[in-house]
Design a binder for this molecule. Sequence first.
Ligand SMILES: Cc1cc2nc3c(=O)[nH]c(=O)nc-3n(C[C@H](O)[C@H](O)[C@H](O)COP(=O)(O)OP(=O)(O)OC[C@H]3O[C@@H](n4cnc5c(N)ncnc54)[C@H](O)[C@@H]3O)c2cc1C
Ligand SMILES: *[C@@H]1O[C@H](CO)[C@@H](O)[C@H](O)[C@H]1NC(C)=O
Ligand SMILES: *[C@@H]1O[C@H](CO)[C@@H](O)[C@H](O)[C@H]1NC(C)=O
Ligand SMILES: *[C@@H]1O[C@H](CO)[C@@H](O)[C@H](O)[C@H]1NC(C)=O
Ligand SMILES: *[C@@H]1O[C@H](CO)[C@@H](O)[C@H](O)[C@H]1NC(C)=O
Ligand SMILES: *[C@@H]1O[C@H](CO)[C@@H](O)[C@H](O)[C@H]1NC(C)=O
Ligand SMILES: *[C@@H]1O[C@H](CO)[C@@H](O)[C@H](O)[C@H]1NC(C)=O
Ligand SMILES: *[C@@H]1O[C@H](CO)[C@@H](O)[C@H](O)[C@H]1NC(C)=O
Ligand SMILES: *[C@@H]1O[C@H](CO)[C@@H](O)[C@H](O)[C@H]1NC(C)=O
Length: 621
Amino acid sequence: MTYHHRQSDLTFLHILSVALSIVQLTYASFHSANVIRAVEQVKEEYDYVIAGGGTAGLTVGDRLSADGKYSVLVIEYGIFGGVLAGMDPSREFVIPSIPQAGLNNRSIPVVVGKLVGGSSGINGLQFFRGTKEEYDLWAQVGGNGSTWDWNGMLPYFKRGIHFVPPLEYLAKDFNISWDMNAWGQDNDTRVFAGYPNYLQPELKLFYEGMVKMPGIEIPKDGNAGTDGLYFYPTTMDPASYSRSYSRTGHWDGINRSNYELLISSKVTRIVFDGNRAKGLSFVPINGNSSQITTVRARKEVIIAAGAIHTPQILQLSGIGPTSVLLAANISQMVDLPGVGTNFQDHGYIRGPQFVWGAQPPVPVVNTSGDPKTGLTANLGAIIGLPVITPEKVESLAQAFENQDPAQYLPKDAHPHIVAGYKAQKDAFAKIFRSKNTAWMWLILGGTPSFGPAHQHPMSRGTVYIDPKDPSGEPIVDYRAFSNPIDVATMIEMIRFTRKYMASETFAAYKPKEGQPGASVESDAQLENWIRRQYIPSVYHPVGTAAKMPRELGGVVDEELLVYGVQGLSVVDASIMPIIPGCPTTMTTYAIAEKVSFQTPFNGVKANHQQAAEYIKKRTQG
Ligand SMILES: Cc1cc2nc3c(=O)[nH]c(=O)nc-3n(C[C@H](O)[C@H](O)[C@H](O)COP(=O)(O)OP(=O)(O)OC[C@H]3O[C@@H](n4cnc5c(N)ncnc54)[C@H](O)[C@@H]3O)c2cc1C
Ligand SMILES: *[C@@H]1O[C@H](CO)[C@@H](O)[C@H](O)[C@H]1NC(C)=O
Ligand SMILES: *[C@@H]1O[C@H](CO)[C@@H](O)[C@H](O)[C@H]1NC(C)=O
Ligand SMILES: *[C@@H]1O[C@H](CO)[C@@H](O)[C@H](O)[C@H]1NC(C)=O
Ligand SMILES: *[C@@H]1O[C@H](CO)[C@@H](O)[C@H](O)[C@H]1NC(C)=O
Ligand SMILES: *[C@@H]1O[C@H](CO)[C@@H](O)[C@H](O)[C@H]1NC(C)=O
Ligand SMILES: *[C@@H]1O[C@H](CO)[C@@H](O)[C@H](O)[C@H]1NC(C)=O
Ligand SMILES: *[C@@H]1O[C@H](CO)[C@@H](O)[C@H](O)[C@H]1NC(C)=O
Ligand SMILES: *[C@@H]1O[C@H](CO)[C@@H](O)[C@H](O)[C@H]1NC(C)=O
């Protein structure tokens, strides 16, 4: 079984057509001056100490240290990723889930990055945002006056990214359009959004077929707040066609004596002085794991260990649900039932898969580019339920509206968690029927094989420390399909994909369905197949330290400060209250940018102007 899941698990990356090209990706070989390899070099105290040098951790570290006023130490579990092939356990955590009752007791691992740069260093490079409705949802569950909505996020989406439009011949051949108002290009960052110089000609056929599906819209730019069919960029440096990630954007080439990175070190817990977070304890990864070192933070401790390990660090520090801490014999610092709950990810299914009865002719396009620059997929239909199923959207929406939220949470769920899930349901119900709530992401690859991804599972899982081994890997439970609406909507995504293949565009090529086979047709048959095949992770774990009011099960407030203590924040994918309908990197960068520049960080504001000047100098030099 394990082998099977591991295989399926890899499939989503194959769907992104990453397999070969990731192997060819090389990493920049220069380091910044301030990499700490020996614990003796760690100072006793810094202004900010950050747990996790991943996507968000390095972004925040860069911004806080930019004007030279504050000292920053980042403590990272992994090392610098070398030139390695595909997925490699030396630079990723692969943590099996507990058996999933809704998936015939299968166990499916969650995979997250374990290297400098975190998951942005191993991910599939797909780079786009959710829609306006999806971020506005965050503010609706975010408490009165929350600024975590589309308008509040947009400046920080733009800030963290340098967008480079596609080459003219590609734009012309493939009808790629973009809206510069949606993008930042201000040279303040080396996190790039770019396109390859070659796209597979076959994509034209799949694009034309999708355009003709009823209800499909082509936005001028899918990153401007609406969804549909479009060519999105990837996190790729468009000069070298190599991976651009938080390490290349926020660490490499930066030489500041006040910005240090300790590698190969595992943060074990937060150290308190009364009610105030005073520092972090950590142990070496290679070497004596009882050798605990503590480093102090003058201003703030920032947890940025990602959605799987951030809740673990909080729980190990006594911040979390009472029952979880009791079971592990950890004395409670703050009763915060939301830590490790509200766990979400996208899911996908491999299929339906077709074979052509007659090979379509290859469309004529300008092929002067180099196929090797196409590191991954660029074309997707990211669409809402009224397009997926005009027939059933209303009955599905009503079924959802009529749900009693408590019924789909664990029986002993804390009243705050129930209230939060109800608030999410009430808010989501309002956009359930919207075309711009992205339910499905269908990557179009140029062959008739599909892996429809479910962008809005309503099931909520948990990530809790293991009472038998609290500092070992946490217990991951997706609670996949605990809310039946997820199966019902997935069924319609399969049917939409079939309708698409059965459309006139492809008739001459006689597509024949392999997996699961046309005979798998009724709701019951499809459900049965889905429960056997569904993978409840597309590597986008979020939500386990949500930014919501405390009485709704939230863990952090508007400024991402943890409730109930002082001097402690969470800055990473864990804070997303509801997963947006997009892969999660761009949103994670925006979270880190917003908190660095907008919120006072306990009264200390990073100097915007000086940061911009510094980075300008760096990109010119
Ligand atoms: C295989 C894969 C494919 C993906 N594909 C895409 C894609 O195509 N497009 C997209 O937008 N998103 C994709 N994602 C998701 C995206 O990369 C993540 O959502 C995002 O990078 C999360 O950022 P983060 O800062 O929350 O966590 P991370 O970037 O994962 O950073 C967490 C860091 O903390 C470190 N850490 C963990 N525990 C400790 C500890 N105890 N002490 C010290 N350090 C610790 C980790 O080593 C890691 O470096 C993918 C992710 C994966 C894993
Ligand atoms: C970093 O800056 C210091 C001081 O300006 C300088 O001495 C050192 O050579 C620099 N290191 C690198 C790797 O650029
Ligand atoms: C899953 O496991 C539970 C508990 O062991 C068992 O009761 C149930 O029958 C199993 N379900 C399937 C489909 O195997
Ligand atoms: C929002 O404000 C209203 C009216 O002032 C109040 O009744 C409500 O409790 C507030 N909600 C939250 C989540 O703070
Ligand atoms: C960014 O850099 C490019 C080329 O180096 C330049 O043409 C452009 O004007 C710069 N943008 C801003 C806003 O400075
Ligand atoms: C090309 O894209 C535009 C949106 O930018 C859209 O309005 C138009 O219909 C598309 N044309 C074709 C032929 O698909
Ligand atoms: C490991 O570190 C602990 C705590 O410092 C110490 O007591 C122990 O002797 C060390 N073990 C080894 C093998 O060095
Ligand atoms: C629980 O922790 C306390 C204090 O740290 C310790 O004295 C006790 O032995 C622990 N109990 C168990 C069962 O581990
Ligand atoms: C293809 O594009 C390249 C680069 O823009 C251009 O030089 C070439 O003339 C184009 N070829 C055709 C056949 O249009």
